[in-house]
Ligand binder design. Structure first.
Ligand code: FE2
Ligand code: FE2
Length: 263
């Protein structure tokens, strides 16, 4: 039987092995506490901080992540791109130009019958000039709505204003617009007037003794010397960030959003 409302957990960008470790440690407790029906995680930083591998994606699924979203770093690993082409539980931003591998949205089923869509989009402000995320969202939602009202959007973008604008643009059309990519959690979670849960950025899952997940010393050197230094994931002060969104199953409208940063 389909319940009147469900809780969906969205886990912020998982950084390398430390991010996987803290997620493995905390996920089942969070799922029990919030009675989570579906778990989504952004995995673009899974492999040493940049991109994903087949093995890491499989580990995410094995610890209880249902759908993996991504962003600009998903293209780092050439072999993984071929896996993207066939995987039905991993998405990459839909608004990359045509011809790229992978899916921009997936529709999964929970309780064997309730369809839920997860859509991934990427911003363009201070990022690659890819296709318009607003128009792409409209195109995708028109297709998805034939199958389900429950639609969660991972908007992977740099600029707060672009994320807030997309939140308003999609208010009432999707269940949630969850911002990712900056790795810094914002405290502006809310339910917009027409029933869309919104947060500008859910943050990151991994080492906080760092510069957005990477070793501090390397980041400082990079900024001071203005030359490329190879980033490495940091290791200490692990936290899991994310949000739990409560959604009315019949209408797809969000009832609540709770921001998470644990421990
Ligand atoms: Fe990221
Ligand atoms: Fe990113």
């Amino acid at each position: 039987m389909i319940p009147k409302e469900i809780n969906v957990l969205f886990i912020a960008d998982i950084i390398g092995q430390p991010g996987l470790d803290v997620t493995t440690q905390l996920l089942s407790g969070l799922k029990n506490k919030y009675k989570i029906a579906l778990t989504i995680a952004n995995g673009e930083n899974g492999a040493g901080g940049k991109g994903l591998t087949i093995n890491i994606a499989k580990q995410y699924h094995s610890i209880g992540i249902d759908i993996i979203t991504s962003g600009n770093h998903i293209w780092e690993n050439r072999v993984f791109q071929y896996y993207l082409a066939t995987a039905d539980n991993i998405v990459r931003p839909l608004n990359y130009p045509e011809g790229n591998i992978g899916k921009g949205y997936v529709i999964t089923r929970i309780f064997d019958e309730l369809p839920i869509a997860v859509l991934n989009l990427q911003g363009r402000t201070y990022m690659y000039p890819i296709n318009c995320p607003f128009k792409t969202a409209t195109w995708a939602i028109n297709k998805i709505r034939n199958e389900t009202n429950i639609i969660l959007v991972d908007f992977h973008a740099e600029a707060s204003a672009e994320k807030i604008a997309l939140g308003w643009y999609l208010d009432g059309k999707v269940s949630a617009v969850i911002g990712t990519h900056t790795h810094v959690q914002t405290a502006d979670e809310r339910i917009l007037p027409n029933g869309t849960a919104y947060i500008t950025d859910v943050g990151m899952t991994g080492p906080f003794d760092s510069v957005i997940g990477m070793k501090k010393e390397i980041a400082i050197e990079r900024f001071m010397k203005q030359t490329p230094q190879k980033y490495e994931p940091a290791e200490a002060d692990l936290k899991l960030c994310g949000a739990v969104i409560t959604i009315e199953t019949e209408t797809g409208k969000a009832q609540a959003i709770e921001r998470i940063q644990v421990p």
